[in-house]
Design a protein around this ligand. Sequence first.
Ligand code: ZN
Length: 277
Amino acid sequence: MRSLQFAELCVKRDSLTRNLPEGKEELQWVSNTSTLIYGEKDAVLVDTFITVEQNQKLIDWIKSFNRNLTYIYVTHGHGDHFFGIKQIKEAFPHVKAIATEGTVKESYKQGGLIESFWDKLFPNQIPEPQVFPDVIDAISFELEGHRLEIIEAGFTDTANTTSLWIPDLELLVAGDVVYNDIHQYLAETTLSTRQEWIQTIDRLIKLNSKFVIAGHKIPENDNDPKILVETKQYLLDFNRLDKETDTALDLFHAMLKLYPNRVNPGSLWGSANAAKA
Ligand SMILES: [Zn+2]
């Protein structure tokens, strides 16, 4: 059996939270990551991008590998990770888009937010009509005989999230369970879900991954597994500073003091407001 390889594509885009206190303007962007795992003939894509233009770039990139795309695996139900399914299916008619039952359920909820949320942030740029992933009724699937294992991650940055573990590559394609130098999206979380998230990370650390690819990363960064511990520490710090502060602004500044260089402070502003609501 020939070994697998992998590659990733990152696109920078505007943040979702755009009204935030002044400062850190140069850090007000975010990126999305798509990962291609490929063998001799076939390939699997993990997550897509948001806009028509980004997803066209993704399709051109996949084509450059000259492989038969068999699956799109969607790690969780946020639109920035699956809105490209429609275009990719048009470009690769035999590909199957799959996700866990929980992720599929969440993706349909996001589909209901196109007009009220996504279209306002990215006018006329969201692929429509939406195409959703199908439920995979198994905990793993295969690429040329290699196992790709689905890890249920529970509530992390949203409900019913997952990561994909490829033992033969010692690669964890983490989705939004792990962040790489980008402020984590905690606006949907509570203290108790953040504790669940921390436990999940402890479970993922035991895999001893060689590479961990985050759904949101600074494109130039490598995929060092240390980002697991960093993601956990960020959650611990947020929980502690939430207790020590009274207002969203205080929490925002206290976190920025600890994390002055993380990209996308808008996400932190959203998190701080949700925590103090
Ligand atoms: Zn995301």
